[in-house]
Design a protein. Sequence first.
Length: 104
Amino acid sequence: MRVRDLSSNPVSASHEGLARFLLRSEAIASSKIEGLRVSAQQIALAELAQTDDSVVKGLSANAQLVANNITALRGATTEVARRPDSPTACQEMSRPRCGATVGA
């Protein structure tokens, strides 16, 4: 079964929340492997700052990096679901982009 088939299946809609949780968990675990240890509250604030384009006081650079990792993984999975047979999609995903906005 292909990713596109899974996403178009009505039963799959019930798994959407679980999928978001697992993607977020994977990004956080990957960040921990990279040595970035951040509290759940800091990550949530960093994600909120990304969506609102607002400034959050006391937000660490590591929290921003982890939030960027979550965003990058979410974007990558969306792109693969949109173009599952494209080797270019996989090549584009492998480019480092997680730290692009830190310090900006």
